[in-house]
Design a protein around this ligand. Structure first.
Ligand code: TXA
Ligand code: MG
Length: 344
């Protein structure tokens, strides 16, 4: 397939909209990560998304809308959805709701629910308005690779597999949207942490529960509430190992472990000088925003350096956006965490 790599002029957005209306695939930027979009009302177009990504067919796609008021055409919103929408939409939040029949089961991986998201990125919004369709879009990476936070990541994974890739520069947030399931009129389960934080959700809703899959590996017989949370994900070929403990003790431990060139380190900007081997900075330890923005590009950069066989990383703080950084890093590590104390 010929892939057009485009800028984001009005003409190019109109061309992308035409491709979507004709059943094609378009990669577009959002404030979280790049998405791989198709017409969410067209079962065949949605099937092509799974094919292009190599994605298991039971892993549902998120449906993107130009505005939250449009949600009622595709699902059954509740008063709690309206409250969340008023505060967080457009923005990095996906809400799972019972779907209407017009959304094909190909889009929802066979589920009777659908994830609804209203992105805030101006290019995503312009595209949604221009095509006048709901757009089904997972992240625009090959399945199991880190989500793309720059157009060149999507080009690397999907060139030749999609009709068009719109380059809108780096994504502001850098991690995928927060996903919530509504479990009552004043209760929510947080299935995937992201740009809308746990603390922000607590301001809107009395009972916010964090799903177990955010912190820990599911047992073989456990069902993931968000099917995507059960897959190995975000992972570079090198083995990522997370180290938890007092900061100086972790530095000493990683320094000792990473003395050869086949071992990399993911660390904060402030600690870079402590290590000799290949070092990948996540930005300042004081800024979870920087860490979120840089994490996936770091994991991709590690993948480019084939001689790196293992990578040590610090366990992130879990306040605010840190919970999302922690979740993606822990998943990249396949939940391998080493604990150190002062004596080591
Ligand atoms: O920020 C984002 O959410 C990006 C941009 C492109 O919008 N999209 C994204 O999509 O990350 P994807 O497909 O990579 O991740 C969607 C996650 C998966 O874990 C999937 O299992 C879950 O959402 N999901 C989608 N629909 C669901 C549903 N009806 N019930 C439960 N989980 C659902
Ligand atoms: Mg994804």
């Amino acid at each position: 397939m010929k892939t057009i790599v485009a800028g984001n002029s009005q003409d190019e957005i109109l061309q992308a909209a035409q491709i979507l209306r004709a059943g094609g695939l378009v990669v577009f930027p959002t404030e979280t990560v790049y998405g791989l979009g198709a017409n969410a009302l067209d079962s065949l177009a949605a099937a092509h998304i799974y094919e292009a990504k190599g994605r298991p067919s039971d892993n549902p796609l998120i449906v993107h809308l130009a505005d939250a008021a449009g949600a009622k055409d595709y699902c059954y919103p509740t008063p709690l959805f309206e409250r969340l929408a008023e505060r967080f939409m457009p923005g990095p939040l996906t809400v799972i709701l019972p779907k209407k029949d017009c959304i094909p089961e190909t889009v929802t991986g066979g589920l009777s629910t659908v994830g609804i998201r209203v992105p805030s990125h101006p290019i995503a919004r312009a595209l949604l308005r221009a095509c006048d369709l709901p757009i089904a879009a997972p992240s625009a990476n090959l399945s199991t690779k880190p989500s793309p936070t720059r157009a060149e990541h999507a080009v690397r994974d999907l060139y030749g597999r999609v009709d068009m890739i719109i380059d809108g520069g780096p994504c502001r947030i850098g991690l995928e949207s927060t996903i919530v399931k509504l479990t009552g009129e004043d209760s929510i389960t947080l299935l995937r942490p992201g740009g809308v934080t746990y603390e922000q959700l607590c301001e809107i809703c009395q009972n916010v529960t964090v799903d177990k899959a955010v912190y820990s590996k599911l047992g073989v017989n456990e069902r993931a509430e968000a099917p995507g949370m059960k897959y190995r994900h975000y992972a570079p070929s090198a083995q990522v190992i997370i180290v938890e403990g007092p900061h100086q003790a972790v530095i000493r431990y990683i320094k000792h472990k990473s003395e050869n060139a086949s071992c990399g380190v993911i660390c904060y900007e402030e600690d870079k000088a402590c290590f000799n081997g290949p070092v990948f900075s996540l930005g300042s330890c004081k800024s979870t925003e920087q860490q979120a923005q840089k994490l996936f590009a770091c994991l991709r950069a590690i993948d480019e350096q084939k001689e790196i066989k293992s990578v040590y990383a610090f366990m992130p703080e879990t306040g605010g956006l840190g919970l999302a950084v922690m979740n993606r890093l822990v998943k990249a590590a396949g939940f391998i965490i080493e604990h150190v104390n002062e004596e080591k």
